[in-house]
Design a protein around this ligand. Structure first.
Ligand SMILES: C[S@@+](CC[C@H](N)C(=O)[O-])C[C@H]1O[C@@H](n2cnc3c(N)ncnc32)[C@H](O)[C@@H]1O
Length: 446
């Protein structure tokens, strides 16, 4: 284990890294500019240019009107067929997004946030200072790192979007210690290690990742303290004070905690707060009406938040839109699933789920509302990772774009998608987005 050295200005430095405005100029800026002249558009333009050239040349030869009409018809058929083969929106009519476009339901694939994107208000309205350019630059670097991952098939664990998000956040914050709860085969440990090659990790999980090595690929880190297997202790029961002392940590604001353990996130925030930790990432920030534990997004889904609150009225626009979207997106929920007895829409049909839904209890709206007020009272920053790319590019069929923020690489920008190396990845890795969230807890008075 490394000996940790801390400067007195460590907290300020870390906060500065999060909050100081940072503009990155890189060759990606050029790439972006190039890609904004999107190649699919370029192709279409070239094709119409070609067509008009042909037609103007043809006019010189058209003496017989019937022959001329026939030739024109033939050219039109060739042009339409050619467009169909060159345009990406026509290539895969079998995926839900494209099907939507094909049947004239345009907008279903690219209407990000149209059903509202709830978020948690922070006390002072602060936000992260990394920009979409920083995210693009990060993506450009991360794709080739991701390709070297030891666990290629991480079903039930993180896919590409969240792996990128965790790597990016850890790399940006530069913590002196990283703690993860919920390890599985060790993919997220590997991601943290790629972001911070020399930083110690503490990993908590009931099953040690080395157990998985017997069956196939897994990752066990050499600079990680495992509270796993027979040494497992739940995050809420660890004596963090003595653990930090053991690791030489004096400044808790330089520690990053990553939760992927499917526990009630309100419970985890309170435990982290009690221990004095300030930088938290939750992998599965489930949307209202979905998931196996009470999430930050569910907690903050309130009618006073733009994009928050729901109506259980079955003859409402929301009900109609939700019904339609269920046809296209696996995680979309209809009003019947969203609303439990007595029109309880908060949590999952009025339930506060915990521990992979092994334990749950009904909560009243008043209690739910109080929970959101509590979160607001201790929060400096709430930031949801956007999906890496739009569904027409990734072919993801799971999350409903209507409940997500706009992606880093927007639909239609295939040039950029390709340039970043994202087109090299198997499309199954894009199917796990659940609004990973980064929280910065306010400094508490001691
Ligand atoms: C979804 S998996 C984690 C996936 C992993 N982070 C990855 O990206 O591959 C959830 C893990 O949480 C573990 N788990 C269950 N209860 C836990 C608890 N109370 N504390 C920590 N981990 C727990 C499970 O055994 C499982 O390994």
């Amino acid at each position: 284990m490394h000996t940790l050295v801390h400067s007195p200005s460590a907290t300020t430095n870390m906060l500065d890294r999060v909050l100081s405005s940072r503009r990155v100029t890189s060759h990606l800026d050029d790439a972006e500019t190039d890609a904004s002249a999107d190649d699919s558009k370029t192709k279409k333009q070239n094709l119409s240019l070609l067509a008009s050239n042909y037609l103007s040349r043809l006019s010189h030869f058209c003496i017989c009107p019937t022959a001329c009409l026939l030739i024109c018809l033939l050219l039109a058929v060739i042009l339409i067929t050619s467009l169909a083969f060159h345009s990406r929106s026509f290539v895969c009519v079998s995926d839900p997004g494209s099907r939507a476009g094909f049947f004239g339901l345009e907008g279903l694939e690219s209407d990000f946030g149209s059903l509202g994107v709830p978020w948690c208000r922070s006390k002072h309205g602060k936000t992260v200072q990394w920009t979409s350019k920083d995210l693009l630059k990060g993506l450009e670097e991360f794709v080739s790192i991701y390709e070297t991952r030891p666990i290629k098939n991480n079903i039930y664990g993180m896919g590409f979007d969240h792996s990128f998000g965790l790597w990016f956040i850890a790399k940006w914050l530069k913590p002196v210690l990283m703690i993860e709860s919920g390890v599985f085969k060790g993919h997220s440990t590997w991601v943290l290690r790629q972001a911070m090659p020399d930083t110690p990790i503490i990993s908590l999980s009931p099953r040690h990742p080395e157990k998985y090595l017997k069956k196939g690929p897994a990752y066990v880190d050499g600079n990680c303290t495992y509270l796993a297997g027979k040494d497992f202790v739940d995050f809420g029961s660890v004596d963090w004070k003595s653990m930090m002392k053991k690791h030489g940590i004096t400044d808790l604001s330089r520690v990053l905690i990553f939760f992927d353990d499917h526990q009630n996130e309100l419970k985890r925030v309170k435990q982290a707060l009690d221990a004095g930790f300030r930088h938290l990432v939750f992998e599965d920030n489930y949307d209202t009406g979905t998931g196996d534990h009470y999430s930050l997004r569910q907690i903050c889904d309130q009618s006073y938040i733009r994009g928050g609150g729901h109506s259980c009225f079955r003859d409402s626009d929301e009900a109609r839109i939700r019904l339609k979207r269920k046809l296209f997106w696996e995680k979309a929920v209809g009003i019947d699933e969203l609303c439990g007895p007595n029109e309880a829409w908060w949590g999952v049909g009025g339930w506060m789920r915990d521990d992979f839904n092994h334990s749950n209890k009904p909560i009243s709206y008043a209690e739910h509302f109080q929970n959101s007020r509590f979160i607001e009272s201790i929060l400096d920053v709430y930031w949801e990772l956007p999906p890496v790319a739009g569904p027409s590019l990734t072919h993801q069929t799971r999350y409903d774009p209507a409940r997500a923020t706009s992606p880093i690489v927007e639909d239609g920008r295939y040039g950029l998608f390709q340039q970043l190396g994202l087109s090299r990845l198997d499309r199954s890795v894009f199917n796990g987005y659940t609004q990973m969230v980064y929280l910065e807890i306010s400094e508490q008075e001691s």
